[in-house]
Design a protein around this ligand. Sequence first.
Ligand code: DAH
Length: 348
Amino acid sequence: MTAIEQIAAIEAEARASLAAAGDDGALAAWQSGVFGKGGSLTGILRGLGALAPEERKAVGAAANLAKQALEAALAERRDALKAASLAASAADALDVTLPGRPLRRGRLHPVTQVRREILDIFARLGFATVEGPEVELDEYNFGRLRIPEHHPARDMWDTFWLDEEVDGRQPLLLRTHTSPMQIRHIDTHEPPIRVAVPGRCYRYEATDATHEWMLEQVELLAIDEGLSLANLKGTLQEFARQMFGPERRVLMRNSYFPFVEPGVELAVDCFACPGDNPACPVCRGAGWLEIMGAGMVHPEIIAAAGYDPERYTGFAAGMGVERITMLKFGITDIRDLHANDLRFLSQF
Ligand code: DAH
């Protein structure tokens, strides 16, 4: 092989290996393999001095041409690799101009909305919010509320009992109403008392469109000197107006609860119709909607807590939060409220 042929072979081999070099490291290795101290082309250039003058001229010219060509090829390969790597990183880059995926915003459960609204209204009227246990003693749920064992009024509030035994009895139950907190509160606080008590209650009952085995109530209790039925009516009337609209009128009618005397039922006039529309989904033509039980705290309850019932009087009320929620939003089946169906709940 002549020196010229050898140069051509070196160039061909170098071009082939350059095409296979895929990154900066490979390019650097290629560069020293061709142009470095022991590089293939460097060997030829070094050997020029040993050649005869006329041969040296021709071989030197060919070697320089090959050197320039390979340098140009190296620059070109470097540019090509750079462009390819830029294109690759652009492909998996984050496009900050894309609109984000919207977050699904939650909302408060309708019963929570209404419970908070009830408590806000009573807070503005001076009632502090307090809470009590859902697992109650029968003494508080019934006995001290003047509902002794075997009293027929217990039938109104059948409930779930716990297996726990105390002195051979099973005194623990799931409270059927928030009224036991009346007793707990007067036992531990001195008049004047003004509290609102929200909380879950439980009843052993078959469910239908207006009954659930779990319900929320808000209990109201006020004890002070000189409180009368007029204070009860005024308080509840103001509540009804703020809850159902400024035009609302309230109706009190006689009712019976063992822990109040007199006991009343409070109704508001229908806010969905003039009161005479038999097709009204809210009142069905009755014109009045019962929203709670209430009354003057029985003097025996005040005396049992250690206060003089001649000096202190009080009123109490208990309302169902689901019932008020249904009235407010026009919901016709109470079971929808706790079925956890977002298609239903997201309407409110
Ligand atoms: N606790 C009663 C119930 O669940 C409601 C009630 C009636 C509460 C009269 C009261 C009241 O405070 O005075 O049916």
